[in-house]
Structure formats: structure tokens, C-alpha cells
Design a protein around this ligand. Sequence first.
Ligand code: FAD
Length: 473
Amino acid sequence: MNVHWHRRDLRAADNHGLAAAADPGPVLPVFVFDKDVLQHGSSVRVAYMLDALSSLAEWYREHGSNLLVTRGDPREVLPALAEAINAEHVLWNKDYSGLARERDAEVRQALAEQDVRRGSYHDAICHEPGSITTNDGDPYSVFTYFGRKWQDREKEGPYDAPDADELVDPTALSIPDRWSTTLPSLDDLGFDEPDATLQPASTEAARERLESFCAEDIYRYDDRRDYPADGCTSRLSADLKWGTIGIREVHAATVEAAKSADTDAERESVEEFQSQLAWREFYTHVLFFSPEVVTENYREYENPIEWREEPDHLSAWKAGETGYPIVDAGMRQLLDEGYIHNRIRMIVASFLTKDLMLDWREGYDWFREQLADHDTANDNGGWQWAASTGTDSQPYFRIFNPMTQGERYDPDAEYIKRYVPELADIEPEQIHSWHELSVTQRQRLAPDYPAPIVDHSERREAAIEMFEAARGE
Ligand code: FAD
């Protein structure tokens, strides 16, 4: 009998490690609520994960098995389980972040000490770190060439889910008491119910999102992906983060969509979407080869960047009370849904680092707490891009103007009004020129909505000076 240790792969289909564990099986599926991981958890993420686990357990029950769970340290509980049930092989899928790699090496060692075979599989991305490199064999630090090679590389197809007869029913085994088939509640794990309303987390829900996206929105993705009111992006980020759907299944669906495209523009639109999947892999590779980016700037400056410390500004940004409507709409979408549209993530991150001149790590920490799709590699990559400290990042002197961004990408202020009800009855032109209105005008139009907390033009100059000082100019 084999054990498959689920981690960020909360699905049965298109799961490389699980497919390997079932061939030949039988396989017992397990999940460990790792105390070290929970320590860094948040209500939003743990709630999303529990929802995904509950649907995974349901899938196993429908197939005559069940998901066995426990709380503890995988370095201790997995070898003990393997010994108790006389498991031949413990398998899992690789996690490419630094801390997870350290932990996995220790689990591997603990199993080896008990003579249990162990194996880890490449699963979360199409192309493993180290498989796409420069011609000299180095990891890429800019996306363009990486992206081209990624597109050209042949991709594996999805793995089948195990059959019922390849699975073990844990009730038929003598399992140590600490393991159970009952999932803990959020409260049991020490978390409150999140305020945000999260999208359903399951393979079924992920497949519905993928299917409906590939039927229509993928063909206008290239044109409309930057317009947050349209909602034409896939919303698959949390599924890919928690593995409720496999990347091979997602990619295969896009290949089919490309075949059904009617025009070159539609085919290019599918490619544009595939290119976002490649960005995700690019950042995973960056994190793998430079694990220090979690806390350190990727790009070196001559001198330290003198970020400001302004707790009031940070609080206003977190609450969506900056007086910049597009920024506030984004920050409130985050609080409402545990999600923000990509263009708006870029705008709010630019605002924090360039207009408020606050350290990108403050923003990253807040996103880590509030995003259901928080992914160390993508979140870090996005923040360092916006802060001009990352790989291939936004040049420090090209600073988003939050008002013109709002005007361009949300011209009718539909997205803004959805999340900032104080502005619901105001004309879009007034919303997009909020910073230019007089105090009296603002008071008359939306007395409950704040005035801008900083002057963008002044801060733009100050931010450029801050970066020039860091560059030693
Ligand atoms: P789609 O546009 O439908 O894209 C499909 C998938 O491609 C996404 O689900 C995601 O897996 C991947 N993807 C898309 N854009 C990017 C990108 N720029 N970088 C890496 N992968 C991408 N993405 C996360 O998954 N988790 C994060 O924690 C995260 N934090 C971010 C923080 C900042 C400051 C910024 C600027 C971007 C961040 N992103 C993050 C990237 C991007 O914003 C989200 O992946 C995207 O908005 C998710 O919505 P979607 O699934 O509808 O995207």
C-alpha cells in the first residue's frame, strides 16, 4: 500500500503524484494540517483550503475511500503512519518554495530512517525549475525569452484520477488515533470566519470556471483583460494555487480553445492567456533559484531604498480610504472577495510603493493575509515588479497615475461604483477628476468619501528622487 500526501494539490484528477501512487496502488490519501504552515495562515486562505479539502474528501468517499487528516508535524506524523500501516511508499508533489523544500527534505530523511520508500513528483507547473534556462544553463531573469521557450516546449497531457479499486478505505485499516476522516473547523484551527465572500473551492467549480472561460472570454482576453468591470479573466488563480485543478488540464483546454478559434485575433488571444500561465511558471522558477526574494529585493541598488514609514497611510491603503477611487475600489474588492483583478493589483501596488513610498513588503504581507490565491512566487513577483525591485520590473521612473489608470481602464466607473458605494451617484468624469475638485465640490458630491491623502504629482517627483538616491545618482 502507498500513501499520497496531499499538500497544494487538492484534487484527484490530473495529479502526477497521486497517479504515480495508484500505479500500482492501492493508495491511501492523507493531508496534514502542518502547525508551521498554519502559523503563517490567514482566515481567508485557511477557509478556502478547508472548502477545497471538504470537496476532495467527498470525492474520495464517492470512490469508496476517504481522506485521512491529522494536525502536527509531517516530519513526525508521516513516518509514524507509514510504520503503523506498513506503507511501502510515501509520495507527494513538489512544492518549489524555500521553506517547503527544507521541510520536504527533512520528511524524506525521516522516512529514509524508517526504510520507507519516498518519492516526490513534478506537478504544479508545466515545466520544472531548471528545465527552461538561457543557452548557458542559467535561470532567466527576464520573461520574454523564457515565455517564448515555454510556449514552444511540448506539454504533458493530464493524468487520470485513480479508479475506486486503486484506493484504500481507511476505515478498513488500523490507523493511529491521531488520524481522522473528519475535517477540523476553522475555529478548531484557531481562525475566525473571514469577512470576505470567497468563490467555491472545488475541482467541479474550477472546471466550470475553466469551461465557461474557454467557451467565450478566452477569445476577448487579449482586448479586455485589463478592464476590471468586464470580468473576462479566468478567475482560476486560487484553483491553481490550491491545486483544485491541474495545470495540464488547464493548458489542454486552452489548446482545444485555440483549435476552435475563428480568427487569428482569437488565436492570439488564447496565446496571450497561455502567456499568463507562463508568467506564473517564470515566477516559480525565480523563487526556486532565488528563495531570498521572499524578503529581499531581487534587484540590487547601490544604496538602500529609503521607504517611508507612515502608519496612517498604510491603514488608509488597507481600508480603501486613500481618496483615489480606483485604488480604493481595488482594496475594497480584496476585503469583499479575497481577490483583486490583475490590472488593479498593479495599480494598488504602484500606489503603495510609489505614491505612498511605503515598502513593498508591507503590501505583500497584507496581500498574503487577504488573498485567497496568495502564492508566494506570484505575489512576490507582482510586488517586486510594481516596486521596481524585481526581475524584469517596471522602471522606477515609469509611475502609474492612478487617476488616468482609472479613466482608461474603468471609463464608466462601473468597477469603482461596485466597490465604493459613496461614489455610486456621481458622474464618471467627476470620479476620475476627484483629485482636482475643490473641498466644497467634494463635500457636496460625496461627503463620506475622503479627499486624496497625497498629491500624486508631488509624490511622483519624490519617488523618483528616492530611487535616484538608491541608485547613487
Ligand atoms: P487570468 O488573467 O485569468 O490569468 C490566468 C492565470 O495565470 C492566473 O490564474 C495566474 O495563475 C496566472 N497569472 C496571471 N497573471 C499573472 C502574473 N502577472 N503573474 C503570475 N501569474 C499570473 N497571482 C496569484 O496567483 N497569486 C498572487 O498572490 C498574486 N499576487 C499578485 C500581486 C501583485 C502586486 C500583482 C501585480 C499580481 C499578482 N498576481 C498574483 C498575478 C495576477 O494578478 C493574478 O494571477 C490574476 O489577477 C488572477 O486572476 P485570474 O485567475 O482571473 O487571472
